[in-house]
Design a protein around this ligand. Structure first.
Ligand SMILES: CO[C@H]1[C@H](O)[C@@H](O)[C@H](O)O[C@@H]1C(=O)O
Length: 694
């Protein structure tokens, strides 16, 4: 067991009664659609049947002969007449139903959808249920995605490296394409389709214009031909200066006619090769990337140039809102809002503004990005990070669905109470617009795809939440655990507890109470002192702003005014340290070390307790995992065990680095209930030096 198969293991079903029931329903399948997508769906049932039941599937040529029918009402009109399918048309192109029904005198299992891609999703849903041992007799599932475009973003470079990737190199082998199709592309597509992902941006937002060259378009086409079978559209990042780099033009000014002409022809060339090309994702005027502002034009003018040319081809333009240039304000947190809020309403209808969950950058915890409550006339999409850039890379077990859920369920008050981010991104601001969500992939070419075996859960959870942003992280974890390891309730209960507490543990040992960006340049190890210059005094660059008297960043109306970017009543709640939720206290406020927390403890004591609690939680996770040996394959078990040992050591280092460093400023004793770190700050720093950054 090397983890390659992800959650599509199709292991032999050992419960005899369950296997017998499944065999009776899976003995002969009627699958009249013959499209490429229907064909791969059929193959998937065949593969699953061999794995789960050790049975070869028989193909039936009519409803009468079938125990299982997988069809659209177009290819199998009998299904259209059923009571159950009355509401089918409301489920759209991706929706499906799975149920048993009496057809031509016999109970048969049915997977029905409006389109073949819906059949594919329905088949994967059925196979999920089979893997998790669900009874079929009374099964009734009717489902459709709440968000239309569910997209992975690969920060993969053309040389095979992956920015912020920790699971080996890119799975896309550009030097072999278009000639050789790595079988892994197919398994990648299967995995994505099985969780509803239907788009992928193949290359890094820190873009290389070469991807748009004719030679690379042929490579992209070869990939698109594979991914299309599984309902996945490909997208590319577009470097704003491509007309200069590839086209030899003197400018990339979005209002220049030659620039427009170049993009128009380039886009036509792409659609010639890939008729269902998804569109572009653009990072512009951000972290050194070129953009419209280099020519005195706005983000909207830049986005619309490309969007208007993509529109006749049904392409989307995803324009990222991740900008900060530290000129207008020294608080990075307020910048994206200040940049984009004035542009609300200026974007073309096929533009989606791609907004990260928080206003800084994928930190262990951030309040939601205020743009979600502030752009009523712009179609917004959410970007989350699946790869654990700031959350322990491939070494720490951190289940991210609670982080995604916290953001999705946050109420923005954009149109009054109940305007959760889930609703904001799944609502179309006007007809003809499309909805979308993106996750920065954690996938690489190492055998098990994600490095940490539990990293797979984060990929899975992203897909499930993209399909239905109102699912709970606990339900998703249960489903994933059952598919990946074991659905024995004894296993699930304990493993679920580990997963559900893991994110809060990471927040506690890294950046509790609203602290943020305390990591070193690699974003892996603790370095709360990193931005002090020159001595430990309050520095303008500091994210924690701790000194002798207190700690926290004043973003209230008396400080950088980030609180004012939220709607009422949030702005008032966040603005007052007494009403501000403690998890965001030091994000929005600078408070004295004596500031009383709800527990009655001074903030200094509370801070120390959080750091210790985080480490204890990791120790508990390790204990819990130790009980799970009997349920897990030996190799996987050992791997997770050793990773948890590493995580515990590193969480302790995070704790000691921060507690000792902040103590050097506060000059207070470690609370008596805690055992002081058995080392000095200098020793911790020396140890970190020997370890280097990863
Ligand atoms: C792709 O660049 C990344 C950069 O590596 C990363 O540190 C940060 O998360 O954000 C950037 C972005 O989202 O554009």
């Amino acid at each position: 067991e090397d983890g390659y198969k992800l959650w599509l293991r199709y292991n032999r079903i050992t419960n005899k009664a369950v296997a017998a029931e499944y065999r009776s329903f899976l003995s002969a399948v009627y699958f009249p659609s013959t499209s490429p997508t229907a064909t791969v769906a059929k193959q998937e049932i065949e593969t699953a049947s061999i794995g789960l039941l050790e049975a070869r599937l028989r193909l039936a040529s009519s409803v009468e002969q079938a125990t299982l029918i997988v069809a659209t009402p177009r290819t199998c009109p009998e299904l259209g007449d059923l009571e159950q399918t009355k509401a089918l048309s409301k489920l759209g192109k991706d929706g499906f139903m799975v149920f048993t029904a009496k057809l031509k005198g016999k109970q048969r299992l049915v997977v029905v959808a409006n389109e073949d891609v819906g059949l594919l999703y329905g088949v994967f849903k059925l196979l999920t249920e089979l893997q998790n041992g669900v009874h079929l007799k009374s099964i009734f599932i009717s489902d459709y995605p709440k968000i239309e475009n569910r997209i992975l973003n690969h920060w993969d470079n053309l040389d095979g490296s992956v920015e912020r990737g920790y699971a080996g190199n890119s799975i896309f082998k550009w030097e072999e394409l278009p000639k050789r199709i790595d079988p892994r592309y197919i398994d990648y597509a299967r995995a994505n389709a099985s969780i509803g992902i239907n788009g992928t941006v193949l290359n890094n937002v820190n873009a290389n214009s070469k991807i748009l060259s004719t030679a690379y378009i042929a490579k992209v086409k070869a990939l698109a031909n594979v991914l299309r079978l599984y309902g996945i559209r490909v997208y590319l990042t577009a470097k704003f200066t491509a007309p200069m780099e590839l086209g030899g033009l003197k400018t990339a000014d979005p209002l220049n006619e030659d620039v427009k002409k170049w993009w128009k022809e380039k886009i036509a060339e792409i659609y010639q090769a890939i008729p269902d090309f998804g569109g572009f994702c653009v990072k512009a005027n951000s972290e050194g990337q070129p953009g419209p502002q280099d020519y005195g034009r706005s983000h909207a003018q830049g986005a619309n140039l490309l969007a208007d040319l993509l529109k006749p081809h049904n392409g989307l333009l995803m324009w990222r809102a991740f900008v900060y240039n530290n000129k207008a304000s020294d608080d990075r947190v307020v910048e994206a809002y200040n940049e984009f809020k004035p542009l609300d309403g200026q974007f073309s209808s096929n533009v989606l503004l791609q907004v990260k969950n928080g206003p800084i950058d994928f930190q262990p915890r951030e309040p939601f990005n205020p743009l979600f409550g502030a752009m009523p006339n712009t179609q917004l999409m959410l970007e989350v990070q699946i790869t654990q850039e700031y959350l322990g890379f491939d070494k720490h077990l951190v289940y991210l669905a609670p982080l995604f859920e916290e953001c999705l369920q946050a109420d923005t008050y954009a149109w009054g109470k109940g305007a959760t981010i889930s609703k904001v991104i799944s609502k179309k601001i006007s007809a003809g617009q499309q909805t979308a969500i993106a996750g920065v992939a954690n996938v690489g070419n190492i055998k098990n795809w994600t490095g940490h075996p539990f990293g797979q859960a984060n990929w899975f959870a992203f897909g499930r939440l993209a399909w239905n942003p109102d699912l709970t992280s606990a339900d998703i974890a249960k489903e994933w655990l059952g598919l990946t390891f074991s659905n024995d309730p004894k296993f699930i209960n304990t493993a679920l507890d580990m997963m559900m507490n893991s994110r809060e543990a990471a927040v506690d040992y890294m950046t509790p109470l609203g602290l943020t960006m305390l990591m070193d340049v690699s974003h892996y190890r603790p370095a709360p002192w990193r931005r002090d210059k020159p001595a430990p005094v309050l520095s303008a660059e500091s994210f924690h702003r701790a000194d002798r008297l207190g700690i926290g960043y004043d973003r209230s109306s008396a400080g950088s005014k980030a609180t004012a970017q939220y709607q009422t009543p949030l702005k008032e709640i966040f603005d007052d340290p007494k009403s501000c939720p403690e998890k965001y206290l030091l994000w929005f406020h600078h408070v004295s070390w004596d500031f009383k927390l709800k527990s009655g403890l001074p903030v200094w004591d509370g801070l120390c307790r959080h750091y210790y609690q985080g480490v204890e939680q990791v120790a508990k996770m390790a204990d819990q995992w130790n009980q799970l040996g009997p349920f897990v394959d030996a190799e996987q078990f050992k791997k997770v065990q050793s990773l948890l040992t590493t995580q515990h050591e590193e969480a302790t280092l995070w704790r000691d680095a921060n507690v000792l460093y902040f103590q050097s400023l506060s000059n207070r004793p470690i609370p008596a209930v805690l055992t002081p770190p058995g080392r000095s700050l200098d020793e911790v720093k020396a140890l970190l030096k020997t370890q280097g950054s990863r």
